[in-house]
Design a protein around this ligand. Structure first.
Ligand code: C2E
Ligand code: CA
Ligand code: CA
Length: 517
């Protein structure tokens, strides 16, 4: 048992003890100290007392100011959340006694999907407002002792106060809670915005020696893993994730050589008419059919192909496979009016593009109207360069259809749309999500459809995920729909069976329609 005097000394050493000494005990003792100095050293003592005793009071504000500056440096000016370094310090303190008392904790890395694009499309001010709203939402989903920080432009870190019962189930529930609150509509001045987020988390029980750095690394690794599977995913850190990261790096260098190996294939996603329900086309989406890792989405290889200058080859490959598919559908008795191929900005600058497209059409004896070219709105926004304009015009002159992809995200001016021979706009998924329930979304779609009608353009809604969104898009006058609610992208081999099933489903519906009409 510590003695009473030891306890008093200890309590005086603590921060509160020192504050007590500085504010109360020391000033009270000044007269006594002055007398003691005078008694011991005479006039010289008096001089010393007058010079030295006020010093602690003069220096205290300086110390307080530097502490305030330090505190300020710990916080993010925009969201008011801690910064990552400050979070790490607090986590270390929190975790020091973790295993002694049998508690566990979890760290979450939360990343807003596509935030750079949101900033590009809506501007800095809106992006900052969105971050502030999301920071508040995360904070209000936490208890007072949990710690949250902003890390990087559009990511957050959360570390929970250690508790005895922090297990996988509880962590998943927490992640779901963060995700649900982040993905709710964000009301802004003009309209609401929807964002999705990817979350990775690391449980301290999964690490041999949990430390702040290890927990954050684990959570961030899990978050990167979640992002690889698309948007709005949640992943838990597992010990083999480190190995996967190494294997992924290998995959990327392999991707650079993969086009030659015939592993990149065109997959097909159907587009249907909201009027008749009939198939009006398919969009071609590239998939890497990897012998060990399964089917990989473009996000895992497009960057590498771009960096190694192979986008042209990809476009050729996709066009070839797209037109082969049209030929095969025709031969099997299925009429698919048009197949759409995506072209990156760089590829649209190729001086030989038009000839190559013409050659592929001729080789398959197909009319040019059977091929559509999808050009991103961002490519023609502002002042599209001469080569792009020349190529797009020449492709349209051949008779191919030009679709403006991701419409509503790239700020193309109406005059640039008019200048180019665009036939149809593909309304971006961000306007379609929740359109059945959100009146702001409905107003945006109604405005886009009216604009398209006035400009004599057709419309297609992307990312239609369910029957309710499909019905609303149809009601709002959008001519075509595409999305998981109709079908996911599929390999060529599955397309004929899908069209047969679709036709069978459509048959009775059309008959009912005809009887009642
Ligand atoms: P995109 O052109 O906007 O293609 C639509 C993307 O949305 C596809 O992703 C598709 O799988 C996905 N999607 C379709 N319906 C839904 C839905 O209902 N919900 C959700 N959440 N997503 C849906 P994917 O295949 O991963 O392609 C991503 C992007 O990669 C494409 O976006 C396109 O810009 C690019 N891309 C794909 N293939 C090619 C290609 O051959 N060449 C070029 N240059 N770019 C390509
Ligand atoms: Ca597209
Ligand atoms: Ca698109």
């Amino acid at each position: 048992m510590p003695s009473r005097s030891v306890k008093i000394v200890n309590s005086l050493k603590s921060a509160r003890g020192q504050e007590f000494l500085r504010r109360r005990a020391f000033p009270a003792a000044i007269p006594f100290l002055t007398l003691a100095f005078w008694a011991a050293f005479g006039e010289f003592g008096l001089l010393m007392a007058a010079t030295l005793l006020p010093l602690p009071f003069l220096l205290a504000p300086l110390k307080a100011a530097s502490q305030a500056e330090k505190d300020e440096a710990d916080f993010d000016g925009l969201t008011g959340l801690l910064l990552q370094t400050a979070l790490e310090r607090r986590m270390d303190a929190q975790m020091a006694h973790l295993t002694d008392v049998g508690n566990a904790t979890a760290t979450f890395s939360i990343k807003i999907d596509g935030f750079a694009r949101l900033r590009e499309n809506h501007g800095d001010q809106t992006a900052e407002e969105v971050l502030r709203v999301l920071a508040n939402r995360i904070r209000s989903a936490l208890r007072s002792k949990d710690i949250v920080a902003r890390s990087g432009d559009s990511a957050f870190l959360v570390s929970l106060d250690p508790v005895p019962n922090m297990d996988l189930e509880t962590a998943i529930q927490m992640a779901n809670r963060f995700q649900a609150s982040i993905e709710e509509s964000i009301p802004l001045q003009m309209a609401s915005i929807y964002v999705t987020c990817s979350i990775g988390f690391c449980l301290s029980s999964r690490l041999n020696r949990p430390s702040a750095t290890a927990m954050i690394q684990g959570a961030e690794m899990a978050m990167s893993e979640a992002r690889l599977s698309g948007t709005s995913n949640i992943r838990a850190y597992t010990a083999d994730m480190g190995r996967k990261v190494i294997s992924r790096r290998k995959t990327q260098s392999e991707a650079a050589r993969t086009l030659q190996k015939d592993q990149i294939k065109a997959w097909f996603q159907p587009q249907i008419s909201t009027d008749t329900g009939e198939v009006t086309g398919f969009e071609v989406l590239a998939r890497w059919e990897h012998p060990e890792r399964g089917i990989l989405a473009p996000v895992q290889f497009l960057d590498v192909l771009n960096q190694t200058g192979q986008m042209g080859e990809l476009a050729d490959l996709m066009t070839r496979q797209a037109l082969n598919a049209v030929r095969a559908w025709d031969d099997a008795g299925f009429h698919v009016p048009c197949v759409g191929v995506n072209f990156a900005g760089d590829e649209l600058r190729s001086p030989t593009l038009v000839e190559r497209i013409q050659w592929e059409l001729d080789r398959n004896e197909l009319d040019a109207s059977r091929l559509g070219i999808e050009v991103l709105e961002s490519v023609i926004a502002g002042a599209p360069d001469d080569m792009v304009v020349r190529n797009v015009e020449a492709i349209a002159k051949l008779g191919c259809n030009i679709d403006l992809d991701d419409f509503g995200t790239g700020h193309a001016s109406i005059s640039s749309i008019r200048r180019l021979p665009v036939k149809r706009i593909k309304i971006d998924r961000s306007f379609v999500t929740n359109v059945d329930r959100d009146t702001d979304q409905q107003k945006m779609i109604a405005a886009i459809v009216t604009l398209a009608e006035r400009l004599d353009l057709s419309t297609l809604a992307e990312g239609v995920e369910n029957a309710a969104e499909h019905a609303m898009m149809s009601q709002l006058g959008c001519a075509h729909v595409q999305g998981f609610g109709i079908a996911r992208p599929m390999p060529f081999e599955d397309t004929i069976k899908w069209m047969e099933d679709h036709k069978a489903k459509l048959g009775p519906a059309i008959q009912i329609g005809q009887k009642s009409g």
